[in-house]
Write a protein that binds this ligand. Structure first.
Ligand code: ADP
Length: 406
């Protein structure tokens, strides 16, 4: 139940045809309500809301993002929650070099997000639609932008420059930005607390393994290197994304097959990764089960995933003076004991020692150590990007009430 002084924070994450939302109260750790509007702009647009253990699903009759937000505010009003909303937090994918932290939204900040559209042509326009629709639906309510890239703005030049002619960086902003920053920032702080590390003297590597996957080296609370680049395509093997590929291989494919730029985009972002290798599924769970039943392509896909991950974790550790811990998060990192075990098995040279029993017992939102008592430790920490967005929003919107910590 909401205390009378508590204020509400709506968190919004807009995709090109979806709007994910969660409503937090400043006096409670978990969301009061959460949900998803999807297929926006299509005839079968719909919205589901989960609250108090019940799910309500409604048709949105082809509504767009603005229509979905209008339906959501009507629903929140009917539940007596609308008037309590003191701020709205928006996930924004690309903040370029301008946004090094979350920002209270002003016309100038909107212009800044618009200026980053060329860097994220699919994501930032959807985020802007959400911001504009929320301003229209909740006039006078403070809005905050929380950027996927901001946490990585502390990377040194040596980590963020590509070895391309420097003019591309100067003129077009071509550099490594990194993503999943909100998750990495949240998980880093939680891990430091959980392991009793000194907030001003620690070195950890975080592997965020979901449908998208990236790993980050965090030194004393700051990102110093990460695996994603200008776009979320670089680095680790992902569900349908290739991660690192020799660009020469792409030139070769293009010359041999005549595939054009849009075709390469689809090939690298949608047809590669675990799906492309296994020719079965992008879903790690399906592949682990198939591999156990003897499907060699599924086993090979997972081996490539683990090889690349271990290699990147090892590489990221070289940006740290000392490795205190490797942290797993995201759907795969939080749930897949076999992937964690195989990855740590490849990191013995870093001194990490798996505790197989502890590892087998951590899934489904649990957190805990999966290594023996030695350093570096290995730890699982469930991520909570929405909560992090709500916290930043409360901070920047000047909501005095302390968000309940747990
Ligand atoms: P997103 O990046 O879309 O937020 P998630 O963080 O939810 O994705 O991660 C989705 C991935 O987590 C999928 O590949 C899914 O197979 C994987 N996953 C979830 N549960 C398990 C499990 N028990 N074992 C292996 N993989 C799992």
């Amino acid at each position: 139940m909401m205390a009378s002084h508590a204020q509400l924070i709506l968190v919004i994450n807009c995709g090109s045809s979806s709007l994910k939302f969660a409503l937090y109260s400043t006096d409670q750790r978990g969301p009061l309500l959460s949900g998803l509007a999807e297929c926006l702009g299509q005839a079968d647009a719909s919205m589901r809301i989960d609250a108090d253990g019940a799910r309500v699903k409604t048709s949105l009759d082809g509504a767009n993002h603005a229509g979905a937000l209008a339906a959501l505010t009507r629903e929140l009003d009917a539940r007596g929650l609308l008037k309590g909303i003191a701020a709205v937090g928006h996930r924004v994918v690309h903040g370029g070099e301008r946004f090094t932290a979350s920002a209270l939204i002003t016309p100038d900040v909107i212009a800044g997000i618009e200026a980053c559209v060329p860097l994220a042509p699919l994501h930032n326009p959807a985020n802007l639609i959400g911001i504009k629709a929320a301003i229209a639906a909740l006039p006078g309510v403070r809005q905050v932008a929380v950027f996927d890239t901001a946490f990585h703005q502390t990377m040194p030049k040596a980590a963020y420059l590509y070895a391309l002619p420097l003019a591309y960086y100067r003129d077009l902003g071509v550099r490594r930005y990194g993503f999943h920053g909100t998750s990495h920032r949240y998980v880093a702080a939680e891990a430091v607390r959980e392991l009793g590390l000194d907030p001003l003297d620690h070195g950890i590597v975080i592997a965020h393994l979901g449908n998208g996957a990236s790993a980050t080296a965090v030194l004393n609370g700051r990102s110093v290197d990460t695996t994603m680049g200008l776009t979320p395509l670089e680095g680790l093997v992902m569900g349908t994304r290739a991660g690192d590929v020799d660009f020469g291989a792409l030139l070769y494919i293009a010359r041999r097959t005549g595939v054009d730029l849009d075709g390469l985009d689809t090939l690298l972002n949608r047809k590669s990764g675990l799906l492309g290798l296994s020719e079965l599924s992008n879903d790690c769970r399906t592949l682990v089960a198939a591999a156990e039943e003897g499907n060699q392509q599924a086993a090979d896909a997972l081996d490539v995933f683990v090889h690349r991950l271990a290699r990147h974790i090892g590489g990221l550790a070289t940006s740290l003076p000392r490795l205190d811990a490797v942290i797993f998060t995201g759907g795969i990192g939080e749930n897949s004991a076999p992937i964690r075990a195989k990855t740590l098995g490849r990191l013995k040279s870093l001194g990490i020692e798996l505790d197989a029993d502890a590892n087998a017992g951590i899934f489904g939102g649990k957190r805990g150590l999966i290594s023996t008592g030695r350093t570096p430790a290995a730890l699982v920490v469930p991520t909570d990007e929405e909560w992090m967005i709500a916290e930043d929003t409360a901070d920047l919107a000047g909501l005095k009430a302390e968000m309940a910590a747990q």
